[in-house]
Write a protein that binds this ligand. Sequence first.
Ligand code: SAH
Length: 400
Amino acid sequence: MKLLRLRAGKERSLLRRHPWVFESAIAKGGGDAGETVRIESDDGRFLAWAAFSPHSKIRARAWSFDEAQRIDAGFFAARVAAAVAARALFDLPSDGQRLVHGEADGLPGLIVDRYGDTLVAQFLSAGVERWRDALADALLAATGLAKLYERSDASGREREGLKPRTGWLRGDGPTALSIQEHGWRLGLDIATGHKTGFYLDQRDSRRRFAELAERRRFRRVLNCFCYTGGFTVAALAGLRAADALAGAEVVSIDSSLPALAQARANLALNGFEGATAEFLDADVNATLRRFVDEGRRFDAIVLDPPKFAPTVAHAERAARAYKDINRQAFKLLEPGGHLLTFSCSGGIGADLFHKIVAGAGLDAGVDGFIAERLGAAPDHPMTIEFPEGEYLKGLLVVRK
Ligand code: SAH
């Protein structure tokens, strides 16, 4: 059995059950990629069983803090079954669900989404890579499904020294699928889409946006970074419920052509052909500036940009980028208008994001009520032991 000995004082985070051990905390020891190691404190006390990652700054990720726990196929079957069972607690209004959310489900580096009868997994750490077969079997057993597609092509794999890998891991079938979210039909492609194919984490905020559209009867809506048009469908669904589709205009912007094609298809799938929906294949920053110059105004704007700051090291530059788009958005907002603004950067905390948005409003000369704080849907949980799980944060600001 391989051993990892920590430096004096470096046991504190493991004692708080935080699962990460950084390179700098290690005095000696190690193992092969993904191998289970026993982690001990400087004075030889057992701390955790963990997966060793020889190439990553996060040099080990804890599987268990219980000395009696064996890390074997049975352990992974139990963890996967618990994660799948936990989703039943959330009453999710969709057959697109995140079943395994990494550290929060005790499986650091593993992401699994379910789209109807198809599972999509990302193996993003040396530990889950080593147990890939056992995890695949456990996923099929826990869900009763037969199809599992692998999308291990996220950038996090490089940091672990792992090469990208995609394709069917169990069973096979079409990669163009659709889910039912809040009763809307949304098409996606698990082979070519972003991440596992769809941004399930914004489910609750899409619902909220539909409610606001219905209640406030938005006339002009701007959906920035629209991807496959989730917030666009939400706005139109809300307007239809209020019988207010006629005369409404929804502009959606993204720089990905395949995403825009899927967005158009998603409108057709939901029967909004009659609505005025415009899709722009363009850079959001440049388009916002142009709209400001043209004197355009919107009564609802969604800003859901990609991750500008993957880690705290990128936070400062990312903060400027967030502030910039939010400032332009404030300038485009009608009095009484609604801004839904998000950051999915792990490196930007909720307080900092709040400050950035406040600074953007100040620069734009616009005051607003921070009406709500928004976050990831409950199948993307954060836990007490792993606060880094709070990556997605949003604010609903209503302009004064
Ligand atoms: N709101 C979406 C998810 C957005 S993901 C949903 O609910 O599904 C971020 C999107 O931003 C991606 O689709 C990406 O293609 C797009 N993007 C990234 N940089 C961009 C830029 N500079 N201009 C326009 N779109 C951009």
